[in-house]
Design a protein around this ligand. Structure first.
Ligand SMILES: [Cu+2]
Length: 257
């Protein structure tokens, strides 16, 4: 009886062992527990003159956001200028062009931009609530012309789904009123009517896209060639091969410029 049981076990184990070999060669499966990173460059809109970078790293339901910006409006009514910032979701996942300025005041206001980037999914607040309802609370917004924001919090499922589908967009709000047209300077915010338009109009925008572990942008592997084949040959080589590929492309780019 015992011998029969052992042979039976071996018959089940051998196919399992065989199946495990190809799994080890899959580059992505091994990174499931190290999180997924989404990154973007924050580009100026509405002539804000600012710039920045943002990374959202998701582990389970936890998100760690690192966001820095510089060159935005510094003061508002004598105080450090509050810049509310959000992950917008639920639309095209892109930043608006000036063509989105429907009322012709020279500013793409927050609502005019929504067909591109959607509504607020997550508020990147400095403390407390990170839901959409905290979106216009300037007391929990980073303040001043530059900021270095870092926070880990529980990510809501709507924002999680948007990140995974490539439709998450980071928007940092708040323009220097003196840079607006006279018409725009006299308008009220369509988010918070007690505030001027400038206070909530978008200043920086960036569309989040996922990065494989190792920090290589998706899309670099799509042009074909020997390097790209090397990326997928052996699972353990992904990070190193990807970094080398990225470096070689960067060298090529800097030579060309
Ligand atoms: Cu926003």
């Amino acid at each position: 009886m015992e011998g029969h049981t052992v042979r039976k076990s071996l018959r089940t184990l051998i196919p399992l062992a065989a199946a495990a070999i190809p799994l080890a060669l899959l580059p992505t499966a091994a990174h499931a527990d190290s999180g997924t990173s989404y990154q973007t460059t924050l580009n100026p809109i509405n002539g804000s003159g600012g710039s920045g970078m943002a990374t959202v790293t998701v582990n389970g339901d936890q998100a760690t956001v690192d966001l820095n910006y510089t060159g935005l409006a510094t003061t508002f009514g004598g105080n450090p200028y509050p810049h509310v910032q959000h992950i917008h979701i639920g639309a095209d996942g892109v930043c608006p062009t000036m063509g989105a300025d429907k009322n012709g005041d020279g500013i793409v206001d927050t609502v005019e931009g929504q067909p591109s980037y959607g509504g607020i999914g997550t508020t990147l607040s400095t403390k407390g609530d990170t839901g959409p309802s905290a979106g216009t609370n300037i007391k929990v917004a980073p303040a001043g012309g530059s900021a270095d924001y870092h926070r880990t919090f529980t990510l809501n499922s709507d924002t999680m789904n948007a990140l995974q589908s490539g439709t998450g967009v980071i928007v940092v709000h708040g323009l220097d009123p003196s840079t607006l047209s006279k018409k725009a300077q006299n308008e009220k915010s369509n988010l918070v009517p007690s505030l001027p338009l400038a206070a909530t109009a978008p200043a920086l925008c960036g569309s989040l896209s996922s990065m494989p572990t190792g920090g290589v942008a998706t899309g670099y592997g799509s042009t074909g060639g020997v390097e790209d084949l090397g990326l997928f040959a052996v699972g353990g080589g992904l990070a190193a091969g990807g970094a080398a590929l990225f470096a070689s492309r960067k060298r090529a780019a800097s030579k060309a410029s």
